[in-house]
Design a protein around this ligand. Structure first.
Ligand SMILES: [Zn+2]
Length: 552
């Protein structure tokens, strides 16, 4: 998921007026809290029995009646596991007409947006639970099954992330219970229904038309999507690392076809960049695609079919960074899923750093540094693991910075080996932050506990280093002393590699290095010429604030 903040739009306008680079003005000072106050309440949402359940397959049959804003659904879940009862998430405003277990109607109860079926299930068993229902899904924030309209045409779409799949179908709605999926979407025959995976068939019946989509790669419920409108359709082809061909399917709203053909044309090259960096595109036997929805704030990385807000389709590639971000999620988030929502930085930090890696692949190290500067902030409240805001900027930008600093700590060779091994090991599964830490230590053969403690688990916000300088003359030589103090209050002592540049006259300079691993440190350097200025972290390597102390 990536939001395009208002401030970013404002910066675009400034960019137009000022005729300067838009990316350089893509300000990161917007505060996600204003737009999204989603709390991490998965403990309340998920009943303990649900973690013992394993859904193998969802067969969803959804009829969307846009005139009455009602969906009629039948969900057939094939499940196994070791549980005392079958508990599923499903919002209680939906009218349940029938629940069947292995084909026979069964009793069930509803409580707290969950349905309970008193049936023990064992790992050697496979059962089917069938739920027939109808109703108007309720929204929370921007999530649900939404009946919208664009230029008097219906546009229906879903946003499930993080915990809203059960607003429109009964599900074991936790990211670790991945399953296979068949989804049959029925709507007016003039409308096109788009979903995950491959299109198996289109079946007209009277005034309606049913689209059957199939996903054979395991998918988390939050990544299942429905988009229905009178979409246009065009295709492209991605050639894989072994020369295999994969179709790209694009579904813009009709009046955006021309713009979408421009905006989305870089995808084959984008996929190639990530395939070479991380490993082949994870869903190569199915597709990648983009469609438009009405969430105006950004885009969502549904598996094999990203949805992007229709205001972000401009025909001028203004929002390429969002497309790159959502594509990167196909590796980070979709193929390698989070073990829980506490691990959300493994989705968003990775996708955000992938934007920087993409720019680096195209334009070099300067573009990488520009990206890191763009997402630098001194307002990263909370810890990255189990963050206070699931989709706050801290998760995205500090998450990306942590990967950038890890890369500097272990070096490019081990960093990219780590990303590739992490992808191979957890592809089509889920990984926790602890899994990632363990693999980082294994691949690099380094003790990195201190690193993840300070940047991910315990360190809140960023380190603040106050510095002061003094000059001393001795035997006709001039010595510069720089004193550094860590003054942040949320974490006692960070270990930070600090490059300092001493700038002399005539553009001459020299570099000194301090490993800032104590609260206070100082360094003395014999000056080689008249001192001009002192600057810190010239290569954009550390997430820290360097402030000169007012002279006493
Ligand atoms: Zn994202």
């Amino acid at each position: 998921m990536k939001k395009s903040f208002l401030i970013y739009l404002i910066s675009l306008i400034i960019a137009f007026l000022g005729d300067v680079s838009m990316r350089s003005l893509a300000c990161n000072s917007a505060n996600g809290n204003l737009l999204d106050n989603m709390q991490n309440d998965e403990e309340e949402y998920i009943h303990p029995e649900q973690k013992k359940l394993d859904i193998l397959h969802y067969d969803l049959d959804i009829l969307a009646d846009h005139r009455n804003k009602i969906i009629y659904g039948t969900a057939v879940l094939t499940a196994t596991g070791q549980a005392d009862s079958i508990v599923l998430n499903f919002f209680d405003n939906m009218d349940i007409l029938r629940v069947a277990l292995n084909g026979a109607e069964t009793l069930f109860s509803e409580y707290g947006n969950k349905i309970y079926i008193q049936e023990k299930i064992k790992t050697e068993d496979t059962v089917t639970v069938s739920v027939t229902y109808r109703g108007t899904p309720v929204m929370e924030g921007h999530t649900s099954f939404i009946f919208g309209e664009i230029n008097t045409n219906p546009l229906m779409y879903t946003i499930n992330e993080p915990m809203s799949a059960s607003r429109w179908f009964p599900s074991n709605d936790l990211p670790t219970d991945k399953a296979l999926l068949d989804i049959k979407i029925t709507a007016d025959s003039g409308l096109v229904s788009v979903s995950n995976g491959k299109l198996i068939g289109v079946y007209p019946k009277g005034s309606k038309k049913t689209y059957h989509w199939q996903t054979k790669y395991p998918i988390s419920t939050y990544l299942i999507s429905v988009n229905i409108s009178d979409y246009a359709h065009f295709t492209d082809t991605y050639t894989g690392l072994r020369n295999e061909k994969m179709e790209l399917h694009y579904f813009p709203v009709k009046e955006h076809q021309k713009e979408a053909m421009i905006d989305w044309e870089d995808h084959p090259a984008m996929i190639r960049v990530f395939a070479e960096l991380f490993g082949e595109y994870p869903f190569i036997d199915e597709k990648y695609g983009v469609t438009e929805f009405l969430w105006m704030n950004g885009a969502l990385e549904h598996q094999t079919i990203t949805s992007i807000g229709y205001k972000l389709v401009t025909g001028r590639k203004y929002f390429n960074d969002i497309l790159v971000h959502e594509l990167a999620h196909q590796w980070w988030g979709n193929a390698v899923g989070p073990a829980s929502w506490k691990d959300i930085w493994l989705n968003e930090g990775f996708a955000t750093y992938s934007e920087a890696l993409y720019d680096e692949a195209l334009y070099g190290k300067g573009a990488l540094s520009a990206n890191m500067n763009r997402i630098y902030s001194i307002h990263f409240a909370g810890t990255l693991y189990d963050p206070p805001e699931l989709f706050g900027r801290m998760v995205y930008d500090k998450g990306a910075w942590v990967l950038h600093m890890l890369r500097n700590e272990i070096g490019d060779l081990y960093f990219f080996r780590l990303l590739r091994e992490y992808y191979q090991k957890y592809k089509y599964k889920n990984a926790s932050t602890f899994d990632f830490v363990a693999l980082a230590k294994e691949v690099s053969e380094m003790d990195l506990d201190w690193f993840f403690d300070q940047w991910v688990f315990k360190g809140d916000n960023i380190p603040v280093i106050e510095w002061s300088k003094s000059l001393k003359k001795e035997n006709n030589r001039v010595y510069l002393q720089i004193k550094l103090s860590q003054i942040q209050d949320k974490f006692p002592v960070y270990r930070i590699p600090v490059d300092i540049v001493i700038n002399y006259e005539k553009r001459r300079s020299e570099r000194v290095f301090v490993l800032m691993d104590e609260r206070e440190k100082s360094i003395t350097v014999e000056l080689k010429d008249e001192l001009q200025t002192i600057s810190f972290d010239p290569d954009t390597r550390v997430l820290a604030s360097f402030n000169e102390k007012e002279s006493e």
